[in-house]
Write a protein that binds this ligand. Structure first.
Ligand SMILES: [Mg+2]
Length: 385
């Protein structure tokens, strides 16, 4: 049962209405997919971001997976990492591509054995994963009515927490949006905000202090990810927990940030940081450093399911008898912004009491609609045999 065929695609869907954050506005959403077939015709799905660099890296790495066995996902990870390690391309798009291949290998290994990924990983600690809604991006004339209506819809859908954007307006305007939304929600629901690296440390601290009484669960990416000193300064002085790491890759980019306590919370993305294999390593490193682990998610049901399996296996940080989401139990991001591919390619996941059940079917346990894959494919699938 060796890998005999690989299909690589770029899927892109146009948005009806653009939305924005501190760095850009979006009018489409996309993903790169990998479908690995074994010699018996079984297949596994993986995904990474849709950018052209990742798509190119997938085509470069895929031939090296032909002839290998899905059950050897961790060994294949190390072999592929070695391929680009000394080419000065050690992270970047290569690791995104490797993430997609790794997720597909675990999915295939589960389908070959009839076991869910969480079981192949050594068993799970929880049947359902705490989630929060990501949305509340900038749209035209959204404040206050549109923003408040969106926030209310997340409470109705069963979410106990949600995350909004800051950094796309002036500092006073964004402070008003945060305070206004907290007032609209009332006490209780978790509220987080995300600057997407928009501030220097002084501005981030000014912002954090201005909203210190609004019961904010975390302040995400206050400063540029390359500026550890700025993020560490904010973490030390902010009245709100500081999070980051959604664009960081592999244990090697997390190790110094964990050792130096740059963030209170790390947020790697399974389709970016190195797939299921590497996320388990990063999560255990975060646990050992006493740093919370609340993974990022921005893809389709493929990487969301992979995240559910991974998070189900994780210990509490720190250990205590009673698990509490946000406190010692990981909370997974559940992107609810418009995404035509995500909304159609897999059945959506039910949210009950702000948790999503971990799939129990073989592999990732999600059904991918092939007609939807075809419909959103840009050009033709690249086939490697
Ligand atoms: Mg973010």
């Amino acid at each position: 049962m060796t890998i005999g065929r690989i299909e690589i695609r770029q899927l892109v869907g146009k948005l009806d209405e653009p939305f924005g954050w501190s760095q850009r506005w979006n009018d489409s959403r996309g993903v790169s997919t990998v479908k690995l077939f074994d010699s018996d015709g079984a297949f596994g799905w993986g995904e990474a971001s849709a950018d052209p660099q990742t798509f190119a890296a997938l085509q470069e790495l895929a031939p090296q997976v032909i002839g290998k066995q899905a059950a050897h996902a961790r060994a294949i990870w190390q072999e592929l990492f070695q391929v680009f390690y000394q080419s000065h391309g050690f992270a970047g798009a290569n690791v995104s591509a490797l993430s997609a291949i790794d997720i597909a290998l675990w999915d295939l290994a589960g389908k070959q054995t009839g076991k869910p990924v969480w079981e192949l990983l050594g068993g799970r600690m929880r049947d359902a994963i705490p989630v929060y809604a990501t949305g509340l991006y900038y749209t035209e004339d959204d404040y206050p009515d549109t923003l408040f209506a969106e926030a209310s819809s997340y409470l109705k859908q069963g979410f106990s927490g949600m995350k909004m954007k800051v950094g796309g307006k002036s500092v006073p305007e964004d402070i008003e949006r945060v305070l206004g939304l907290r007032k609209h929600l009332g006490d209780g629901p978790h509220l987080m905000f995300d600057a997407n690296e928009a501030y220097d440390s002084a501005t981030a601290l000014q912002f954090a202090r201005a909203v210190a009484d609004a019961d904010i669960s975390w302040f995400e990416e206050p400063c540029p990810s390359y500026d550890d000193a700025a993020n560490a300064r904010v973490r030390e002085q902010s009245p709100i927990l500081i999070s980051g790491g959604e664009s960081l890759k592999t244990r090697h980019e997390f190790a110094p940030r964990l050792a130096n306590r740059v963030f209170d919370i790390v947020q790697p993305d399974i389709a970016v940081a190195g797939g299921i294999s590497e996320m388990q390593v990063i999560a255990q490193m975060a646990n050992a450093h006493g740093t919370k682990f609340h993974p990022h998610f921005w893809g389709t049901g493929i990487s969301f399911a992979a995240s559910l399996h991974l998070v189900s296996t994780l210990p509490f940080t720190p250990p205590k008898l009673v698990p509490e989401p946000y406190v010692n139990e990981p909370v997974l991001e559940f992107d609810r912004t418009p995404h035509p591919v995500r909304e159609n390619v897999c059945p959506d996941f039910d949210v009950v009491d702000s948790r999503v059940e971990v799939p129990n079917g073989p592999g990732l346990g999600v059904e991918v609609d092939e007609s939807v894959v075809e419909r959103f494919t840009v050009g033709e699938a690249v086939v490697v045999e």
